[in-house]
Ligand binder design. Structure first.
Ligand SMILES: CC(C)(COP(=O)(O)OP(=O)(O)OC[C@H]1O[C@@H](n2cnc3c(N)ncnc32)[C@H](O)[C@@H]1OP(=O)(O)O)[C@@H](O)C(=O)NCCC(=O)NCCS
Length: 144
């Protein structure tokens, strides 16, 4: 995924169920994420070059993270998500990262089925603990 792909990726994420978009998904923050994690995030394209799927991937030097895996409805069940994940996992492994985490909205049962089928384990012993560093009191549910 390149910076130029951000508008199309955002357009896909906005219409995809199960996505938790928030203030950290402003284009400049997404560009910063791509710059910090070169080559790890990925897009899938249709034959006409338009964006069919996208995923953000990065690491903090210790763990890998995936965000916002989405495939356009008409392009699903053709192995695109599997290919996007394979790209990310290979990139993380090449950096010596041994585990990868992702955030899943707790009401995304379909997404949970997908991840389990793909061999990922749901950690029921963990909770996400978050603080808003901007001084605003409100933490927006569904945005991570
Ligand atoms: C989940 C999603 C990314 C899957 O994309 P996809 O391109 O259709 O997935 P693939 O074709 O690569 O499928 C890979 C495997 O997962 C299985 N799979 C796909 N969708 C599934 C689902 N909803 N439930 C269970 N298994 C599913 C496929 O059968 C395939 O398994 P197989 O290779 O053993 O046959 C897509 O449905 C989507 O964008 N969903 C909405 C967003 C979302 O929930 N994202 C995940 C949470 S962040």
């Amino acid at each position: 995924m390149a910076t130029a792909d951000i508008p199309a990726a955002l357009a896909l994420w906005r219409v995809t169920e199960g996505m938790g978009l928030g203030e950290s998904d402003r284009p400049e923050r997404l560009a910063a994420f791509l710059a910090r994690n070169p080559g790890l995030s990925a897009v899938g394209l249709r034959a006409d070059g338009s964006l069919a799927g996208a995923v953000l991937c990065g690491d903090d030097g210790r763990r890998g993270y995936l965000h916002h895996l989405a495939v356009a409805r008409e392009c699903r069940r053709q192995g695109l998500a599997r290919a996007l994940i394979a790209h990310c996992v290979a990139g993380l492994a090449a950096r010596g990262i041994e585990k990868c985490n992702l955030f899943l909205l707790s009401d995304n049962a379909e997404g949970e089925r997908f991840w389990k089928r793909a061999g990922w384990a749901v950690r029921s012993d963990l909770k996400v603990v978050q603080k808003n560093l901007t001084g605003c009191a409100k933490v927006v549910p569904g945005s991570c």
